[in-house]
Design a protein around this ligand. Sequence first.
Ligand code: ATP
Length: 461
Amino acid sequence: MPEKKEQDLMQKIVSLSKRRGFVFPASEIYGGFANSYTYGPYGVLLKNNIKNLWWKKFVLQREDIVGIDGPIILHPKAWKASGHLDGFSDALVDCKNCKSRFRADHLVEDATGKDLEGKLDELKKVLDEEIDCPNCSKRDWTDVRNFNLMFSTKTSVVEGKEQEIAYLRPETAGAIFLEFKNVLDSTRVKVPFGIAQIGKAFRNEIVAGNFIFRLREFEQMEIEYFISPDDDWESIFEEWLLLQEEFAFELGVKKENIRRYEHPKEKLSHYSKKTVDIEFNYPFGGFKELFGMAHRGDFDLSAHSKFSGEKLEYQDPKTGKKYIPHVLEPTFGLDRSILVALLCAYQEEEVNGEIRTVMKFPKRIAPIQVAVFPLLKNKPELVKKARDVFNFLKKDFVCEFDDNGNIGKRYRRQDEIGTPYCVTIDFDALDNNSVTVRDRDTMEQTRVNLDELADYLKERF
Ligand code: ATP
């Protein structure tokens, strides 16, 4: 069981997220809807900052990676080729007494330490012999069934023609393989190179998740990095793991809170040489997956070649040799990135006998960069000057104007949003053109001349 303090942290994050407009439970006015959440006004800013940080680091600042943005609904054959149609499923079991539904492999692993993933009969046997329902304590299990996680929908509503079943993508990577040839033909990329994509993925997750850790629709940031079968893949794999860890640090994660988990050889898919999860120490249940990294061999390109009849090969420009590249797949969950950014930022500090709650996001991802306040709301000359400062700063920074309530309260609110700098316009601003800039982390206030304010702030971001 997670310690109480840690459970409290999770509750505090959930409640702050709602109170301050980071994350709302979705469809709440209809009583909520399992595993779905809405990013509120500050949440969407945080989310976009994390996406931009990723895109900049892995696409814009590299010569060997290009981006695409593919559709959510691909040709249904793509999922047959990738193996998702036949194999992308969880083993589920229901309690006949209280009707609760569980992942059978999780129940068995938690109770016995045995990893029986994919072995339905053995799972059922252990459940019947050893495990009571965690909800009602009875032992009356249905059969264990495989449940495909893909959402299906129907296309082509042509009169007299049968509708075709299509699927919402369960991962973003699919479209990357389908566009492999188009990217090769339309750009100057040469192996080794990568194709990156950010977008929504959909999984019919039955088991309720922890806040935004497990959602039915979520966003992934994925790269397929194509290499030659002759390349030293192990060193490239290691480089990618280091980059994934570096990205976690950029979200505010501390070294001691992540670790690598290498999947044992016997559990790897037949095509994978190596798979490693980057795990974060979540307040619920400890270390769990944040990012993943897999060697997928030539499985995907070969399978799509076979099913589509289109050759997905690469010709080495120097030797003229043709081959199907191998692929390394670093994958990043955006929603889990947001969750760890929230968890790592949260701090409580005692200030003059009171608790101050402050979200110490790394400045680059803070939703609001600068808040601008007139000291008093009822002094038109202060409000006007503050509006001028706000209009000027918002050209370069994401700013918020606030003249509500006393100044202390306004600081507290910005602390909870995680705004690195608050600029207050007081009477001195009218006399000598200077304002106070308050630092979120140290709470120090510095007087800065208005002519130098933009540079002062730029230096600090
Ligand atoms: P888990 O074992 O936690 O279910 P997974 O191994 O199925 O994850 P991948 O298929 O490797 O996950 O997906 C890549 C990334 O997408 C994960 O590292 C995670 O960050 C994110 N992810 C996967 N499933 C979900 C989900 N249901 N909700 C939110 N993020 C998810």
